[in-house]
Design a protein around this ligand. Structure first.
Ligand code: NI
Ligand code: MN
Length: 228
């Protein structure tokens, strides 16, 4: 399973025969290595309504005819942007959808969620992906929360966590989250997109190595981590 960081919270996830895309923010992102019209996906996951997670979602969903996973309110908004109703998988916190290739569960996130036009975005979320006998947790925009302890059970192969601080967890809470989740591997994101969320990723990796059992992997935008 391959995880390519497209900057910020945008990840392309390559399964054996599926391409997933999380939180497309490409055309207006200062760090994205590609534009929205160059990205390919079969399934599109949207964690919440903020522009830095959804700005290219409607255009990509329409062009690629991807299946879209989003909460009820974000799903309604995407319909209004012209995304076909039949391809939107509306869900909400704690709920999952079984698919031929695995399962996608929407997990809690402590954050906020309004859409670019100011309309109500419902509750923000993270995602748990179960596929190819792996369990992957995409925290998305969130504070630290104690239920992470349960998301890590019975085991977690990979956690992708924000470390930018200010709008989400910072480095210290990301280390605490890693202790609760106990993943085998951990990747940082949602940092260095703009100066207010600048972070020293080496400092984060050192803290992960010192205090947790997880293996940290720092990527530059455009780079790929392969989960074996
Ligand atoms: Ni946000
Ligand atoms: Mn964000």
């Amino acid at each position: 399973m391959r995880f390519t960081w497209l900057g910020h919270n945008c990840w392309q996830i390559g399964l054996a025969d599926r391409k997933l895309l999380l939180d497309p923010f490409l055309n207006d992102s200062p760090t994205a290595p590609m534009k929205a019209d160059a990205v390919d996906c079969d399934e599109l996951l949207v964690s919440h309504g903020h522009f830095d997670h959804i700005s290219d979602a409607a255009a990509i969903a329409k062009r690629t005819e991807a299946r879209v996973f989003a909460n009820f309110e974000v799903g309604e908004w995407l319909k209004g942007q012209g995304v076909a109703e039949s391809r939107i998988e509306q869900m909400n916190l704690g709920g999952g959808v079984d698919l031929p290739w695995g399962r996608v569960t929407m997990t809690i996130a402590h954050h906020s969620s309004s859409l670019p036009d100011g309309s109500y975005g419902g509750n923000p979320a993270g995602f748990l992906i179960e596929a190819e006998e792996k369990r992957i947790y995409l925290a998305c925009d969130t504070a630290l929360f104690l239920e992470m302890k349960m998301l890590g059970l019975p085991r977690l192969d990979l956690a992708i966590l924000p470390i930018g601080d200010r709008f989400t967890m910072g480095i210290n809470q990301s280390v605490e989250a890693t202790l609760l989740l106990n993943p085998q591997h951990v990747l940082p994101c949602h940092y260095n997109t703009w100066p207010p969320i600048a972070q020293d990723s080496q400092q984060w990796a050192s803290a992960i190595l010192q205090k947790t059992a997880a293996e940290p992997h720092i990527l530059a935008p455009g780079e790929t981590f392969e989960l074996l």
